[in-house]
Every structure is written in C-alpha cells, then in structure tokens.
Design a protein around this ligand. Sequence first.
Ligand SMILES: [Zn+2]
Length: 345
Amino acid sequence: MPVGTQGTVKGLTGRDLVEDLRVRILLANTYHLFLRPGHDLVRQMGGLHGFMNWPNAILTDSGGYQVFSLSGLRKITDEGVVFQSHLDGDRHTFTPESTIDVQLALGSDILMVLDECPEYPVSHEVARESMERTVRWARQAFEHYRRRIAESPTRHALFPIVQGSMFPDLRRRCAESLLELNAEGYAIGGLSVGEPRPLSLEMVEASEDILPRDRPRYAMGVGMPAELPEYVARGVDMMDCVLPTRNARNGCLFTSSGRIIIKHARYRDDSRPLDQYCQCYTCGKYSRAYLRHLFLSGEILYAMLATRHNIQRYLDIMREIRQAILSDSYPEYLKTVRSASADAG
Ligand SMILES: [Zn+2]
C-alpha cells in the first residue's frame, strides 16, 4: 500500500495511481487528517473517498503511531492518550472509541484499533504492560465499533494489532488474546522502530502460527524491497511503507538490479532508463541523466517521476510474489531474490 498521509500520495494524481500504477488500496493517516482538515470536514465532503476522489480502497491507521512518534507532550493512561498537536500545540485525546469514530467519519474501508507502540528498546516489564493495554484497548475498540456498525450498517473491517516489542513470548500472548475478537484481519505493529532487521522478521514469526490463516495479515510500516518477499514468506499479506515515496523524493530509486542514488556523478551522462525492465511512464520516457538533472535542480517534476517509478517497482515486486505463489514456485522465487539482493549488497 502506498502511503497517502494527508489524503494524497505526494506528487501523484489519482489518475497516475489508479490508471497507470493500478493501485487498489492506499493508506491514509488518521492523526494528520484528524488535525487538518479535521474528520468532520472530511465527512461533510463525502468522506475521504469523496474528498480526494479516490475510487478504490482506503486503509487508515489509528493515529496512535504518529502520536507516539510526532506529537509533543503526550500522556498515556488506561483511558487513552492525551497529546499535543505538532502543528499548533493544541491538546487532544485519542481513546480506543474516539479513533474508531474518527476513522468511520473518514469513511475508511479498513480501520485499525488504537494501540500503544513502545519505543525500542524497552524492558520486558514495560513491554508487557504496554501489550496488555493494547489488548484491552482492542477489546474496547471492537465493542464500540460493533455498536456503531449495528446502528448504521456500512461495510468496513477493523483490524486489531499484535504488539509486544521485541519479545516473542509477549507477541504470542498478544496474538492469542486478540483471537477472541474474531477480526476480519490482523495487523502486526511495533516494527521498524529502530530494531535490527532480522529482529523484525523474528517478531513476525513469533505470531505466525497463531494468527488465523484464512484472514489477511498486515505488517505495519515495512519494508525495503528485498524484505517484502521475506515478510510474505512469514505469512504476511499486506504491507505499507513510506520508503518508496519518501526515498524517491530524496533521490533513492529502487530498480530490479538494486538501488540508484540519482545524484551520483556516474549518472551524469547515462542515457539509459532507471530500469530497463520497468513498464512505468518514467522509465518509458526519461533517462537517468535527465532525472539526475531534475533532482539537482530541485524540480517538482523530479519528485513526480521518481515517485511513480518507485511505486511501480514496489507493486511489481508484489505482482512477482503473487505470480510465484500462484505457480507454486515461491521457494525458488525466494532463493532467487535472496541471492540477487546479496549480490547487490
Ligand atoms: Zn520505472
């Protein structure tokens, strides 16, 4: 899922996303949209689908992660989290119930429960208390959500989130406790918080045999291109990450033969496309030399072209993965991508 933090994937139009890149679902951030322009305004304007004229699915996070990573003063209690807006310093409260209401107002298709995402590293005790709070909040969120849906039946899904920091025993206990919610899908959170990458994969493995096999699993906030097949190998179906879009803008482009740092002098007179195997508009029309020039000149067009390409690359990887699964050749596929990424360093 590409990330559309403010109800837009930076640098791309809906036409780019839907018609060219065939994006079927994107992620929007509840925290940002709650603060600006506000969920009530978004609801008035037809929900996010109407407001941003987006015909496909939208997943929203609960806002919890941004509260923990972006906002100023914040205080976690058993009721929820009080925080200060990073925009104007105003105080707000998110509770398990209120974040459901905000996400329903946004008209999200897949909602997330409010969870607590502990920083890394924390002690086992702190991680356990935090995980237990996350489970309690998930129960409250589901109760509230089911009441709201019974009042006005609309079609959504709500995912609880497995937490537990970097402790496999806590992750397993968390996943086991969340099973009682009988959710339509399960998210795995608390990854990419600064831990070494092998540890992220180990944490996904911890709950692998507990989460129901017939429901989607969503690893939140991962990962690098070479990691996507690794997560899938551990049962993950959905992922979101700012990397393809943010890195594109910062000059880091992902190709089928590794990374390109476009500012490097070696691309100054390189007339080849970024990736000769890529079908995207950027690779069809422009050279590395031109993209490098646009990047160094700070041109808006650079961000647009680079973002297009990186999203195409990520979606191509996911298409390759689906193809390998469908043709029953996933182990061979995994072996190939592992040796390719080892070669690329
Ligand atoms: Zn391309």
